[in-house]
Design a protein around this ligand. Structure first.
Ligand code: SF4
Length: 344
């Protein structure tokens, strides 16, 4: 490989995210010479963060926390894909194969929580990428952050598709007692075909539901977000019913749903994916997603079906925990978590 003398030196100190953006802009992701390739074929670049907690506006929570950037779960509909472009990386392969790791986030978080000005407001964890993607087994940054949040008596709302969350059951129980904690497990559908197609790097849906059961049995306020429901893949009444029933059967405390929306970046990736893998579906998607959201009537129809099923299977639409405002339906939680993705 030719040398790239114009690139910044990434060692021995870890680069900041700005350094990474500059480096990738100058030489592409191949210029990330300190990124480690691991057995999953993804490359992991450690970065130094200056802040751990990010302030967000217009959400039911004001603070977000994300130890990783990029996600090897690689869901094709992922709203966070578009934010990879901020780092000069593409929204397709690089979103799922070049992961930034905030190696110092636990120490930074401790400092922030120790400030006398910290009001112990709710922190939303996992709004930009999954805090329990496989690399967490190695770095344990999410666990470290949770431990600091227990010490800082700070309530947490957490969203994940990773059954690895049960590893931290002990900390989540402590946090529930100390400040409040709600786990939102994302299970858009239990349909195995849709899962394999849309969420290639994730654990099977039933494994995620078993994790919910384990957390609930431990006394943690844990429920499910069917988010997003993807038209044509997981939106039929029979698939919705099987999913809601399975969620209820696994003892989830609540369930919410949200129909897929496509913002630029994510939209480009998703349409490319459909045109390559399911070309006959493309015209329908182009009609349904002429705008960011599918038509309101369609969304209402899907949400109405889920609401009726929630009633039939006796599962709450509202999270009882101190996660969002207490009277907020879980649909709002699903959307809020997604919309907060820009803040990491
Ligand atoms: S698990 Fe979440 S963050 Fe990761 S790719 Fe899927 S939707 Fe995106």
């Amino acid at each position: 490989m030719p040398s790239l003398p114009f690139l910044i030196d990434l060692s021995p100190n870890k680069p900041t995210t700005r350094d990474i953006a500059d480096t990738v802009k100058a030489g592409g992701t191949r210029a990330l010479t300190t990124a480690q390739e691991r057995a999953d074929a993804a490359r992991y670049q450690e970065v130094t963060c200056r802040s751990a907690l990010n302030r967000v506006e217009g959400m039911p929570f004001h603070w977000t926390l994300n130890p990783y950037r990029g996600c090897t779960h690689g869901c094709h509909y992922c709203f966070a894909r578009r934010y990879h472009v901020q780092f000069e990386m593409n929204v397709d392969d690089e979103f799922a194969s070049v992961i930034l790791v905030k190696h110092n986030i636990v120490a930074v978080l401790r400092r922030e929580l120790d400030r006398t000005s910290w009001q112990r407001e709710l922190v939303a964890l996992g709004t930009a990428t999954d805090p329990y993607q496989p690399i967490e087994g190695h770095y344990k940054l999410t666990r470290g952050c949770l431990e600091r949040l227990v010490e800082g008596r700070t309530p947490v709302g957490l969203v994940t598709k990773g059954p690895m969350v049960v590893r931290d059951q002990d900390v989540l129980v402590e946090l529930s007692r100390a400040a409040g904690c709600t786990v939102h497990m994302s299970v858009p559908t239990t349909d195995e075909d849709a899962w394999r197609i849309l969420e290639p790097g994730t654990a099977p849906p039933l494994q995620r539901l078993r994790a919910v059961r384990q957390l609930v049995d431990a006394g943690i306020n844990a429920g499910v977000l069917m988010a997003p429901i993807v038209p044509g893949f997981s939106s039929s009444r029979s698939k919705l019913e099987r999913t809601v029933k399975a969620i209820a059967d696994h003892g989830a405390r609540f369930v919410g749903c949200n129909v897929m929306y496509l913002q630029e970046g994510t939209r480009t990736h998703f349409m490319k994916f459909v045109s390559q893998e399911f070309p006959s579906m493309l015209p329908r998607y182009e009609r349904l997603y002429a705008r960011k959201y599918p038509p309101a009537e369609y969304r209402k129809q899907v949400q109405g079906m889920v609401k009726a099923l929630q009633g039939r299977y006796g599962i709450s639409r509202e999270s009882a925990g101190k996660t969002l405002s207490s009277d907020q339906p879980v649909e709002s939680a699903a959307e809020a978590f997604e919309q907060a993705a820009f803040a990491w």
